[in-house]
Design a protein around this ligand. Structure first.
Ligand code: G3H
Ligand code: ZN
Length: 291
């Protein structure tokens, strides 16, 4: 069922687990996330980037997610969120389309400009009962990048994050804490920083760059107060590797469905594993009617 993201955040806080915010790129990945959520009895956040919106269109995405949440994922809560919205126009489009949460990512701007733009988004969004995620300290890396070493992974300053949250009134906060977008072998999590941010701001902390981070670090971050974990690259990689294998193995195939069918299962497998790791699996008590 489609719910406001605040219901999912409240559940994560109550159960002391994290809920995955999964980037979707096409119809198959939406279905993959929905099937995993149902199999795991877990809530899920379906998030879309500006790139995904450009690819699929805002209306098709909104309607597809709503329909899939209502039907395939009827027993579990699903929320729709904009990931890394870079402009006021971008978040406005999603608010108008019915998203219950938007990320305004102005972390590449000087802090004062970031605060200024985020304040404008909060003012509009809160009038429409939409949650806003803000970000401090730009994330490095690239979605879908595989197995490299980053020269440097910047870390946000605690004072900047606390100041940003107080001045903007955002509902959730993301900050650079040692992870990166993509899969790199030197990703880390500054658990001490997460704890300090959490105790100073009291709002849900969103961990970006969840792919490629060691499982024990993810567990420690959840214990320290992370409530939402973004997963993008692992989904993209599973989808592409499966599709490439299918295409190479069935070069005479003429029915696209036969090539694409296994990609849904590949996405679902990745998402299901994350739900187990994040502790969100099994948190929704579904009454199954025996027949
Ligand atoms: O905003 C999306 C994420 O932070 C995804 O990061 O590609 O490393 O999983 P990832
Ligand atoms: Zn991110």
């Amino acid at each position: 069922m489609l719910v406001h993201i605040k219901e999912i955040a409240a559940l994560a806080a109550e159960k002391k687990c994290a809920v995955g915010a999964f980037n979707i790129h096409n119809f198959e990945s939406i279905i993959g996330v929905a099937r995993a959520a149902v199999e795991a009895n877990s809530p899920a956040i379906i998030q879309v980037s500006e790139g995904a919106i450009k690819y699929m269109g805002i209306k098709p995405i909104t309607h597809l997610v709503a329909t899939v949440a209502k039907n395939i994922a009827a027993p579990v809560p699903i929320a729709l969120h904009l990931d890394h919205g870079r402009s006021f126009e971008s978040v406005f489009e999603c608010i108008r389309a019915g998203f219950t949460s938007v990320h305004i990512d102005a972390s590449n701007l000087p802090l004062d400009e970031n605060i200024n733009l985020t304040q404008q988004v909060v003012e509009l969004a809160h009038r429409k009962n939409v949650w806003v995620q803000g970000e401090v300290g730009a994330m490095v890396g690239g979605h879908g990048d595989l197995h490299g070493t980053l020269k440097e992974i910047p870390i946000a300053s605690l004072d900047d994050v606390v100041n940003f949250v107080r001045r903007t009134g955002v509902d959730t906060i993301a900050a650079a804490i040692g992870t990166a977008h993509g899969v790199y072998d030197n990703e880390d999590i500054r658990v001490d920083l997460v704890k300090s941010i959490k105790s100073a701001t009291k709002i849900p902390f969103v961990l970006h760059g969840g792919s490629g981070v060691a499982e024990d670090k993810i567990r420690a971050a959840i214990k320290a107060g992370v409530n939402i974990i973004n997963i993008g690259s692992d989904i993209k990689i599973a989808f592409c590797q499966t599709l490439i294998k299918q295409c190479l193995g069935h070069q005479e195939e003429t029915d696209p469905r036969n090539l694409l069918q296994p990609t849904m299962a590949a996405v679902a497998t990745v998402v299901l594993d994350k739900m187990k790791l994040f502790g969100s699996a099994g948190q929704i008590k579904v009454q199954r009617i025996e027949t």
